[in-house]
Design a protein around this ligand. Structure first.
Ligand code: ADP
Ligand code: MG
Length: 319
């Protein structure tokens, strides 16, 4: 199959019955560029993230997972701005024209896209090392985005979900696991759920926010640095999942502190707004946990049962 046939077979879904294109997509796939209509009164919010075989996922990762993850990581960035995702484009690099692989990739991609109502409006398809780059556009009311830079002393530090599951799952790839707890962790790496609705609900509530892609400690430090503050953190209250505790008994805490790929949200909330946060979060499918407090100064100090806890710097550096 050549490039054109791959695009029309797997990515151009315009004529498909029962699949209404977004009305704000004036022109989607097929021309030199897409034409998109932004409603008046909104700012455009744009993010790009790439995933590459060998760097972000190991060889042998199911194609549906690669399709899911290349969009999920971008939805997560839009969520972390408290914005609403609308459209995305896809630059796909393939070592060969493997129809079965591309079909599964597209299935994983569109399953997630349809769930969040985002539309693929264009892209590029080239031969090269396996990888995918998505650029996503979203919208937010002016002044309603949540930046990394808004945390102030006294704010609580919060996290959604169960950090550490995804890295534990990645260590169990590629074969499916027979142990249900291990398989649940694998699924958390293969199919991370971007916290889109949760992020949007935090507009006007969170003072600062980012998504956890590189590890909780590492990403939290970025938020604190951007805000010019420090934090006192309690590792003893981290919401470790039962699966993580059972599969990585000795290293669960380390996974939660340093493991990446969770795509949970980490954010700060004024103490006075905590009741509002708790009320909003009752509708969420994931727990939300207060894990620390913003303080004047700089850096992130973790304690466990009263003792200072050193967190190793495990940040992945591409170069
Ligand atoms: P051009 O030569 O102008 O770059 P292409 O042949 O690369 O055009 O693409 C033709 C059309 O298909 C364009 O609308 C482009 O946005 C779209 N497209 C190409 N690859 C993809 C893809 N992987 N996913 C979605 N749309 C794609
Ligand atoms: Mg092109």
């Amino acid at each position: 199959m050549d490039e054109r046939a791959l695009i029309s077979t797997f990515f151009d879904r315009r004529p498909a019955a029962g699949r209404p294109a977004r009305p704000d997509v004036i022109l989607g796939i097929g021309d030199d560029a897409a034409v998109l209509r932004l409603d008046p009164g909104f700012d455009l919010v744009v993010a790009t993230d790439s995933i590459a075989e060998g760097t972000h996922f190991p060889a042998g990762t199911p194609a549906a997972s690669v399709g899911h993850r290349c969009l999920a990581v971008n939805l997560s960035d839009i969520a972390a701005m408290a914005a609403e995702p609308l459209w995305f484009s896809l630059a796909l690099s393939l070592p060969e024209s493997d129809e079965a692989w591309v079909g599964e990739f597209a299935r994983g991609l569109f399953e997630l896209a349809d769930r969040f109502g985002v539309e693929l409006v264009g892209g590029d398809t080239v031969r090269g090392p396996l990888g995918a780059t998505v650029t996503i556009q979203g919208r937010a009311r002016p002044g309603r985005t949540v930046l990394r830079s808004g945390a102030a002393p006294g704010d609580g530090v919060w996290v959604t979900g169960h950090p550490g599951d995804a890295v534990a799952g990645r260590l169990l790839l590629p074969e499916p696991a027979s142990d249900p707890a291990a398989e649940a962790l694998r699924q958390r790496f293969l199919y991370p759920e971007p916290r889109v609705r949760e992020g949007m609900a935090l507009a006007g509530v969170a003072t600062a926010m980012l998504d956890v892609s590189d590890g909780l400690d590492d990403d939290l430090r970025k938020l604190l640095a951007a805000s010019g503050v420090g934090a006192e953190m309690d590792a003893g209250v981290l919401p470790l999942s039962d699966e993580l505790r059972s599969i990585r008994a000795g290293t669960a805490l380390e996974c939660a502190l340093t493991g990446g790929d969770d795509y949970e949200l980490c954010f700060t909330v004024r103490s006075a707004d905590e009741p509002q946060l708790r009320a909003i979060a009752t509708a969420w499918p994931v727990p939300v946990t207060r894990i620390g407090t913003v303080v004047p100064g700089a850096g992130c100090r973790w304690r466990l049962r009263g003792q200072a806890l050193a967190v190793p710097d495990t940040t992945y550096r591409h170069f």
